[in-house]
Design a protein around this ligand. Sequence first.
Ligand SMILES: Cc1cc2nc3c(=O)[nH]c(=O)nc-3n(C[C@H](O)[C@H](O)[C@H](O)COP(=O)(O)O)c2cc1C
Length: 382
Amino acid sequence: MNRLLNSADFRKAARRRLPRSLFEYIDRGAEDERALSDLRRSLDDINLMPRMLTGHAERDLSTTVLGQQAKLPIMVAPTALAGLVAHNGEIRMAKAASAAGIPICISTQSITTIEEIRAGAPEAMLWFQLYVWKDRSLTRRLLERVAAAGVTTLVLTVDTPVVPNREYNMRNGFSIPMKMTPRATADVLLHPRWLFGVLLRYMMTTGMPVYGHYPQEFRSAITRPSVSDAVKPESLLNWEDLRELRQWWKGQLVVKGIFSVDDARKCREIGADGIVVSSHGGRNIDSAPATARVLPVIADAVGDHIEVMADSGVQRGSDILKYLSLGAKSVMLGRLPLWGLACGGETGAGAMFSMLRNEMDTTLALLGARTPDDVELLPPEG
Ligand SMILES: Cc1cc2nc3c(=O)[nH]c(=O)nc-3n(C[C@H](O)[C@H](O)[C@H](O)COP(=O)(O)O)c2cc1C
């Protein structure tokens, strides 16, 4: 692990360990993957402005995230099937996040349930991400469990009303439910470390990994067909639904997947506590604007009233500082923690957080900044 010096090293090592279908599911974008390259371009186009002789002895990366103290201005984004990356991956990730002093948001589509994660990582700052199911009463029952597990912050994802077009998943036979085609089976056999360390460990203990939160009668092992219609994501979600959820959910509410000032204002009017400006890591709409291009106007418009978070495309500590300088209060990370988890479980995820902390710290020092708030952007030309 000591040889993994940056996120690209982690990604390369994760690629060797994970079955190709799982690696590509995590790594790739949608359709022609233009959003992915545009995310990179949008961050690369930003320059941070150094100030000399500022003489700060120590930098401070601590912050608050929706009122919770965090040691770093980052959190673990919700990622479906993180439990396939390592055995009990969601618990290991929650422990690593807790040790790093940052929140972690668990996906509706995790392998391990929120109750098991809470039991495995009692100190973790657990958030929960909701995909509203077609059957609203089942959704409500799920949220009752989430609240009972002591989760205070709910993240409603609104940018995925239908399954996005990811052709590589079809080619790889990686669909939900997964199908063990001859190609998929060969892929797994070619990655014995994952086969023995993850898949067989599940099979010898809790059985074939399934979506942990799906009601017992709807659970489908990854080799078995079809998740029932009742637990399909609701494709007709609207503002009235958000209003209802706001009345019903007593904890903090964050809306994830916002691109426009209008939508951000509506979230604020309805009483959301925060929004995540996000292009879903370039995984959904291939022609959507990159986060960095829309974040500044959204943060200007609503940032004084609700908490604005951002995500997508982070590869370096400096990328995080760029989103913070564009108006985000904190930044969610999707793929990077998964690469850490793939490389070394809890320790690997922790190593990724430490590496990002060091990168942010070094960048701040070189910029002559004590905190991310001191960082200045080079104004765009013209
Ligand atoms: C493998 C994977 C699974 C994801 N699953 C979910 C999910 O279940 N719910 C959700 O709201 N976002 C999901 N996302 C999107 C992330 O929450 C986040 O928006 C995105 O990964 C940020 O981009 P980054 O990976 O470049 O950091 C997923 C992302 C990845 C990479």
